[in-house]
Design a protein around this ligand. Structure first.
Ligand code: PLP
Length: 452
């Protein structure tokens, strides 16, 4: 038994970390030089590191700790379930109460006829399920040639081969032979970087119509589905122009393709409604959920499937499943998380208190000399850093250099913000109070004032 604990000196923990732990999505050369910040505990919206510093977590971990840290009820739900039934699967002909209860609850919460849940351990796995679901659906419908899934550049749908292929991150595609066959990408509705002289609404329409053009180019008989996040999250909180989603909805309704809405970030209150699908009035055939489903307290995700798709898939065995699909402990934790979200009216808090106040403060940041635009929907926000705000001019330094510097200054000022290129993003716990938002704002201003 090793004796590595929170009480060891930071430098020793960092040395052990560097020796044996391979980090996801981390600049490894820099990590080797500087060492990672060791987070030891968390409560509410605040993390504590091994030096005792308190850090405001304006990213809710990885966009997931919607109810905030330190909720004992979730620990108790996990412990109770572990004692009663720590594991069983729902393969073959068995089931268990946590999976039944969580699927039932999700069918109640999800809009429209999204009434069936296929569980996974997170968003990537759920999107892999979706690739198989939509292709299987068309096969059973007698159209096996409908296999192509259309996605968008700069989208993020996970890190498995399937998820990363659906995603449109070039840096990921460059490492390891992606995208896998029959996944194609159209342009994103990113007006600030790519809109040129067009006005945003005209640009939104033009980008939406690329879906129709791509369907025509490929032939409708080849296209299985279109997948998108209501608001691109990891791509930089790219809020689409108002014209975008209604046009996509029209195209999906007129064409014989399925719509997969990836709600891994936008689900469970993030946009001020339970789902981004409701914020944008979408009619998905499948919705991907994870993250806020358990507020990150346990790894769980899933595909919430419409009656129409579930009826077809249910005709025969679907040869797919994960050892941890509907894991009873994760499901019990998720149920408790949903209970808290509902009973404490956290989505109402976002809509009525937190999001309007964050929006007020966030838009004040637009007055800063090198902030070009500020965008926010609910509790997810972004701002563009720019060398000249009047013309949306990029910096002389390679893209992302200034964003990285600002992120580091925020980190040093005990504020977790993320940068995506030269765009800064936040996605705070939904339970933030006005006082927390004031701290976020003050630390953001301080970090921006330190320049680049
Ligand atoms: N889909 C979206 C929209 C995401 O933002 C993410 C993760 O950030 C994923 C899928 C992948 O989820 P996971 O990391 O749980 O596999």
């Amino acid at each position: 038994m090793n004796k590595i604990t929170n009480h060891m000196p930071t430098a020793e923990l960092q040395a052990l970390d560097a020796a044996h732990h391979m980090h996801p999505f981390t600049a490894n050369a820099e990590l080797a030089k500087k060492g990672a910040r060791v987070i030891t505990r968390a409560s509410g919206v605040t993390l504590t590191d091994s030096e005792g510093e308190e850090i405001l977590d304006a990213m809710a971990g990885l966009w997931c700790v919607n109810i905030g840290y330190g909720r004992d009820e979730l620990a108790e739900a996990a412990a109770r379930q572990m004692r009663e039934l720590p594991y069983y699967n729902t393969f073959f002909m068995s089931t268990h109460v946590p999976a039944i209860a969580l699927a039932d609850k999700l069918a109640e919460l999800a809009p429209g006829d999204l009434n069936h849940v296929f569980f996974a351990s997170g968003g990537s796995e759920a999107n892999d399920t979706n690739i198989r679901l939509v292709r299987r659906y068309w096969e059973l419908m007698g159209q096996p040639e409908k296999t192509v899934i259309i996605s968008r550049k700069n989208a993020y749908h996970g890190t498995t081969m399937g998820g990363a292929s659906l995603g449109g991150m070039q840096g990921m595609h460059a490492q390891g032979g992606m995208p896998i066959p029959d996944i194609v990408h159209i342009n994103q509705p990113h007006w600030y970087l790519e809109g040129g002289d067009m006005d945003p609404e005209e640009f939104g329409l033009a980008r939406a119509r690329e879906l129709e053009q791509k369907i025509d180019e490929l032939g409708e008989g080849r296209v299985a589905a279109f997948i998108a996040e209501p608001i691109q999250g990891a791509g930089g909180v790219i809020v689409p122009p108002d014209s975008y989603w209604p046009e996509i909805t029209r195209i999906c309704a007129e064409r014989d393709i399925l719509l997969i809405v990836d709600e891994v970030i936008t689900g469970f209150g993030r946009t001020g409604k339970w789902f981004g699908t409701q914020t944008y009035d979408l009619k998905p055939d499948i919705m991907t959920v994870a993250k806020g489903l358990s507020s990150g307290y346990a790894p769980i995700g899933g595909s919430i499937v419409s009656d129409k798709v579930a009826e077809v898939i249910g005709r025969e065995e679907f040869a797919h499943g994960y050892t941890y699909s509907g894991h009873p402990v994760a499901a019990a934790v998720a149920l408790e998380n949903l209970r808290i979200l509902e009973e404490e009216k956290i989505v109402d808090h976002v809509r009525d208190v937190a999001a309007p106040y964050l929006a007020e403060k966030w838009h004040q940041l637009a007055d800063h000399p090198f902030v070009g635009e500020t965008k926010i929907v609910g509790m997810m926000a972004s701002l563009a850093l720019t060398a000249d705000k009047s013309v949306r001019k990029p910096f002389e330094a390679p893209a992302g250099t200034v964003g990285y510097m600002v992120r580091e200054r925020c980190f040093a000022n005990n504020l977790i913000m993320r940068h995506v290129g030269d765009r800064m993003v936040v996605s705070p716990p939904l339970v933030m109070t006005k006082a927390d938002i004031d701290v976020l704002y003050e630390r953001a201003v301080k970090s921006l004032d330190e320049g680049y």
